[in-house]
Every structure is written in C-alpha cells, then in structure tokens.
Design a protein around this ligand. Structure first.
Ligand code: ADP
Ligand code: MG
Length: 493
C-alpha cells in the first residue's frame, strides 16, 4: 500500500509527514533523526549533494551551500555553484528528493503527495513548485496553501469544526505571513494574506550576533567576528532564550551574559512591524479582532515570548498554540493528501479519522478574457469568479466583430478583485485561434474555463461553426528532460 504524504517546503526548514494506521498525521524523521530538515543544499561535487543540518552549519562559510531560494521561486534568479547553474526550482527539487528518499526508507511506497506553498505565491511560483516536484520524480497531485494546511491541522487536533473567521500567524525563519481565513460550511477560504518577505528568525539571529559582538568589545575589548560566533551559534542561543531569562556566551576563555530582555528590546521594532501588518489586514477586510474565532500560531519564531505577547495584544485574545508550531503545516498537508486522494486506499479507521476534516477548494482569483466592448474599447469579461468551489467549468459566448475576421485573441487574465479594466489585471497567457476565411461577422466563439480538483486550469476557445479550438493549460509546467536529468544525476550524500 502506498502512503499519503505531505511536504512543507519551507524557506529555512522543510518537513515531511504521512498518515499512520489510525489515520493520524505523523512526522517522518529524516535520516539524521530530525523532525525538520534545514532547507540548505551543499553541492559536494557534480554528482553528490547534501541537504540538512550539515549544510546549514556551512551556511555563510562555504560558497557551495545554497539556501533561502524559496523567496526566488517563479523568478529568473540563478545560483552558480561549481560552475553549474541552479534555478530556485532545481533547488526545491533537490530538497524534495532528499525528503522523499528519507521517507521512502521509513514508509516504503510513496503515493499521493501534497506540497504546501505560501498563500501569496503568484501563479508562476505555484506552477514552479509543481514543476520542482516533477523534477524530483514525485507524484504531486495537489498543492495547498500553508495557512489552510495549518488551520486544518489545528481543527483536526482540537476536534473542533471550523466555522467563522480565523487568523493564521506564521513567523518562520525568513518570512512573516498573516492570513485571514473564512470557513463557511466546507469551504476553507483564504480571504487575504499579507506578509513581510524578509522578516523572521534569520534577522533575529543577526541581531543576537550583533549584541554578543558588542558585549565582547565593551566588556573584554575582544573582537568576535562572524566566524567566531556564527549565525548557527546565534540561532541555538536564540532558541534557548525563548525558554530561559539569560544565557552565557563563551569565547577565548572570556564570557558575556545576554538576557532575554536585552534581546527582546533589540527585536522589538521588527515584532512591532508584524503587529502593524496584522492591524492593516484586519482593517482591509473590515474585521475587528473580536470577529476572529481563534488565532493559530505557526512557525518556529512564534516560540519567542515577545512575539506571543504581540499577537495577544493585536488580536485581543490568547493565540492557540496547542500543536507543535514547526509541524502544523506539514501535518495538515498529509491530512489534506489523504482527504483529497483516492480514499479507497484508506482503511476504515483511517477514513473515519481523515474525514473528520472537511474542505472544499476554491478558485484563487478572478479569471477572465479580453474582449471588445460596444465602442471598440478593450474590456475584461470575468469568466470564473474568485472563490468558486472547485472543480468547476464555466462557458461564455463571444461573437466575431467583423466580416472576414481572421482570428481571435485567446487571452487569459487574472485579478484579485472583479476588475473589468484591462490595466488592473494580469495577463497570464495570450494565444490566437485562426478562423476560416471569408466569414460574416457575429460568429459564435465559446470560451470555457474549467478548474480540476488540483487547481489546474484549462481554457478552451472554440469556434462553434468550424469546431476549431485552442486549448490552454495553466498552472502546470512540465519539467524538460534536461531539467529532470540534472536532478537525477545528483545523489544524496
Ligand atoms: P520556515 O520559515 O522555513 O517555515 P520555521 O517555521 O520552521 O521555518 O521556523 C524556523 C525559524 O524558527 C528559525 O529561524 C528558528 O531559529 C526559529 N525557531 C525555532 N525554534 C525557536 C525557539 N524556540 N525560539 C525562537 N526561535 C525559534
Ligand atoms: Mg513555514
């Protein structure tokens, strides 16, 4: 029997999980025995690579280590290591391959897999994530938004039915995300997601490094640089400051002490920034803190007491932290994989457990097409509305405008709001459909947009009379043989 798998491909840490025989999601430890794996890749030579703790320790010291590539997903960024170029997608594929291989050793045959992505990933970044899975040889049918996965797991764990408005506060290593979720019957719907791209644990590590450096200088006239007291050292110390009031750092037989209060004072402006983003997202959605049923905490940095206090202040309630904040996203992802997957592969017990959660997916934005209005000005016709439950299919008819028209523009647009003005939408694809020669005006063209279960969109532009059509697929990019070979050529050291 093949296992249902969830993968959280995080900026700083990634994780993989499965559904156990009781239908409970559980973490699969990596081959080093850890529940989470640093998303750091060490390219050892042109055949071998290593992902995880050992690579993380080399970060910033060794130029053959790649990290923080998730921020560049969907862009043209490239990292050159040992003369070879790696795209962010290649890097994601290498991390996925490592997690996948470790999981195989634990659970054997791997079946349907769900990978999580930030709610604010654009179409390109989403499609690239699916492509990375293909490069890594994974059978990924679905991707799911991180806050949705976390909310699902919180609901599952608490045994509560989700209903109403919720916030998911996710402060990880590299980024901060706040999402407002509305749950209505079976629809879990991310209403809005805001964030700060470069605000997280990484910044806190740098701040602690600076504090330590300054103290050694002042108290012992000792110069401690980034090699003496590395970011990795600072990260370990930062974590212990979440539990203890102070700690001692030793170097060259000298020591300084750093208190939690000193550390929190220096990170307070960054924490305040997260509060401000929370306030503005609530205001944008015309919600107040008291409209929220609960605030779910996600991400390692939410263990910092100051962060917890800030969240409590801004949302006027104690956040829910009943689960392991590092694991909520990935555990929700494997639940989602089993819920969405072929349930005939589940035992009766597993099925009963998994079906305690209920979720329907919705279309992520307004999808439309350009057309010519009465005065020949270009307008956007919305074909699929945002939040339409998936799967779905909608057809609209358009008519050719002039005699002898040779073709039509097959444009696909998307927007977060129901815009009909072309300057406010994004053009996702633009192709043409050639029409037979010598026809009168006003011939019918049927435009059908459909979404399948996995969020892959198919658009079809049909010339009704001739039966000719242009089909466009969105949301899926195939990995080329060269790209697949590149990942295949590397083995995990
Ligand atoms: P990602 O951004 O990859 O999703 P995580 O949610 O796993 O990452 O968060 C990782 C960050 O959380 C790291 O910066 C790590 O140092 C930090 N972190 C983990 N545990 C603690 C802790 N006890 N106190 C403070 N920070 C922590
Ligand atoms: Mg995360």
């Amino acid at each position: 029997m093949s296992a249902f798998i969830g993968i959280d491909l995080g900026t700083t840490y990634s994780a993989i999980s499965t559904i156990d025989e009781h239908g409970i999601p559980k973490i699969i430890n990596n081959s080093e025995g850890q529940n989470i794996t640093p998303s750091c890749i060490w390219i050892k030579d042109d055949k071998q690579y290593l992902v995880g703790e050992e690579a993380r320790k080399e970060l910033g010291i060794n130029k053959n280590v790649i990290a923080r590539f998730k921020r560049d997903m969907g862009t043209k960024e490239k990292y050159t290591v040992r003369g070879q170029d790696f795209t962010p997608t290649d890097c994601s594929a290498l991390v996925l391959k490592k997690l996948f291989q470790d999981a195989q050793k634990e659970v054997g045959d791997i079946g349907e897999t769900v990978v999580t992505i930030p709610a604010n990933f654009n179409n390109e970044a989403r499609a690239e994530t699916l492509k990375a899975a293909k490069e890594a040889g994974l059978n990924v049918k679905n991707i799911v938004d991180e806050p949705t996965a976390a909310a699902l797991y919180y609901a599952f764990k608490g045994g509560v039915e989700l209903k109403g408005h919720f916030a998911v506060f996710d402060l990880g290593g590299g980024t901060f995300d706040i999402s407002l979720i509305k749950v209505d019957q079976q629809n879990i719907n991310v209403l809005a997601s805001e964030g700060v791209q470069k605000l997280g644990g990484d910044d806190f590590d740098t701040i602690l490094q600076k504090i330590v450096r300054k103290k050694f200088k002042e108290e012992h006239e000792e110069v401690v640089d980034g090699q003496d007291y590395t970011k990795t050292d600072a990260e370990e110390d930062k974590k212990s400051l979440s539990k203890r009031d102070s700690l001692k750092v030793r170097f060259n037989k000298k020591r300084v002490s750093v208190t939690r209060a000193e550390f929190e004072e220096k990170i307070s402006s960054l924490v305040m920034q997260t509060e401000m983003v929370c306030e503005s997202i609530l205001a944008d959605q015309n919600l107040t803190a008291t409209d929220l049923e609960a605030v779910f905490m996600v991400g390692g940095s939410t263990r910092i007491p100051l962060v917890q206090q800030a969240v409590e202040r801004v949302f006027k309630q104690k956040p829910t932290q009943s689960v392991n904040v590092d694991e909520a996203v990935v555990l929700g992802a494997s639940l989602y994989a089993a819920f969405k997957g072929d349930q005939s592969k589940l035992t009766k017990v597993q099925k009963a457990s998994v079906n305690r959660i209920k979720v329907t997916d919705v279309c992520p934005s307004y999808f439309g097409t350009f057309y010519l209005g009465e005065d020949h000005q270009q307008l956007v016709s919305i074909i699929i509305e945002k939040n339409t439950p998936r799967p779905c299919s909608v057809t609209q008819s358009f008519y050719t405008t002039h005699e002898g028209q040779e073709g039509i523009d097959c444009s696909i647009t998307s927007a977060n709001t129901p815009e009909t003005d072309p300057s406010f939408v994004r053009l996702l694809k633009d192709e043409t459909l050639k029409l037979p020669a010598g026809r009168p005006a006003n011939m019918e063209i049927q435009v059908t947009y459909s979404f399948d279960e996995n969020g892959v969109m198919l658009a079809s532009f049909l010339d009704v009379e001739s039966g000719k059509k242009t089909d466009i697929k969105i949301g899926e990019i195939d990995a080329s043989p060269a790209e697949k070979n590149k990942i295949d050529a590397f083995t995990v050291d």
